[in-house]
Design a protein around this ligand. Structure first.
Ligand SMILES: Cc1cc2nc3c(=O)[nH]c(=O)nc-3n(C[C@H](O)[C@H](O)[C@H](O)COP(=O)(O)OP(=O)(O)OC[C@H]3O[C@@H](n4cnc5c(N)ncnc54)[C@H](O)[C@@H]3O)c2cc1C
Ligand code: FES
Length: 291
């Protein structure tokens, strides 16, 4: 294991335990990762080398020169939010949508495959101590960091509502999982095939009206345009929102400068752009410029 500084993050070899398609084009992988499971916080992420370690080692032994391209393609690791954790069993799960070569490679891994994973990385959600109403809002596979957050809220005895948005019914995951953790789950789909027809931000508008309270808070993850609307609605309702941002990333721990996020006007005292991997991926909606 490599340690970065005094934090608990490191590079770990993690066996795949299960890997299943849980909704159309959406996969959920459970990995044995005891070190990460012991310390990961809601909203943190891991950076995954999507080509398996075993393959790379075998091919390296037989290759006379450089390893074949397939063993290191794609070159860069891919970031994924930790979706669920079982601290006793030492497992974490990741959920992702297949959109390109990295996510497609991950979808093919069988149980027993060993993946190199760096984590846990980044700053996660600040879990509130207040007793106010809480909304967990997801657009599509932005549901990823919500189950681990819901687990933490449930463990602290907090009630929360869940607003799940998706293009269509067969691309939704998380309804029963989040309900089992105590969430009151409402859904919206673009085509009306599940829940209300329209964007999840329509559900949020209603929720903000119904839950006007000084202690209310919103936690959201999804595509940038959705997060921009969440930020606007919460600002108008004077309600704090924490947003988990999914930007392009390289290293995942502050070295490559590949994940800049512009601070909002008035919070430039930092003197630089934020780095999504170090300062985020969770930001207060008021701290960053989203459009
Ligand atoms: C902190 C963090 C957590 C994430 N968590 C999850 C998660 O839990 N589940 C999940 O499905 N995805 C998550 N993502 C996004 C995920 O990392 C990308 O989908 C993945 O890297 C794509 O790899 P690929 O090789 O399949 O596709 P690529 O070939 O890399 O990309 C395919 C297309 O999608 C675009 N794209 C790739 N990544 C992003 C991105 N982050 N934002 C916008 N456009 C992008 C590319 O420009 C390209 O057009 C997260 C991203 C970050 C930064
Ligand atoms: S991904 Fe390299 S600095 Fe953020």
């Amino acid at each position: 294991m490599l340690e970065f500084g005094r934090s608990k993050k490191g590079i770990f070899s993690c066996p795949v335990l299960t890997n299943d398609e849980v909704a159309r084009g959406i996969f959920l992988m459970r990995l044995l990762a005891p070190e990460i499971a012991a310390s990961v916080r809601p909203g943190q992420f891991v950076n995954v080398k999507v080509s398996p370690e075993q393959d790379a080692k075998n091919k390296l032994q037989t290759a006379t020169c450089h390893p074949p391209l397939a063993t290191c393609f794609p070159l860069l690791r891919r970031p994924f939010s930790v979706c669920e954790v079982d601290r006793q069993a030492g497992t974490i799960s990741l959920i992702w949508k297949v959109i390109g070569p990295g996510t497609l490679a991950l979808a093919h891994h069988q149980p027993g495959t060993i993946l190199s994973i760096i984590g846990p990385l980044g700053r996660g959600f600040d879990v509130p101590n207040s007793a106010g109403p809480l909304a967990l809002v997801a657009g599509g596979v932005g549901v990823a960091p919500l189950p681990i957050l819901a687990m933490e809220l449930a463990a602290r005895g907090k009630r929360f509502d869940v607003l799940l948005g998706s293009r269509t019914a067969d691309e939704i995951w998380g309804r029963s999982e989040l309900a089992a953790l105590g969430g009151d789950v409402r859904m919206a789909t673009d085509d009306g095939s599940a829940g209300e027809k329209g964007f999840v931000t329509k559900l949020l508008e209603k929720w903000l009206q119904e839950n006007a309270s000084l202690e209310a808070q919103v936690f959201a993850c999804g595509p940038m345009p959705m997060l921009a609307v969440v930020a606007k609605l919460c600002r108008e309702a004077r309600m704090p929102a924490q947003l988990s941002i999914e930007t392009m990333m390289g290293c995942g721990f502050g070295i490559c400068m590949g994940c800049p996020i512009e601070p909002a006007a008035g919070v430039e005292k930092l003197g630089r752009y934020y780095l999504a991997c170090l300062d985020g991926p969770v930001f207060s909606a008021e701290a960053i410029r989203l459009s």
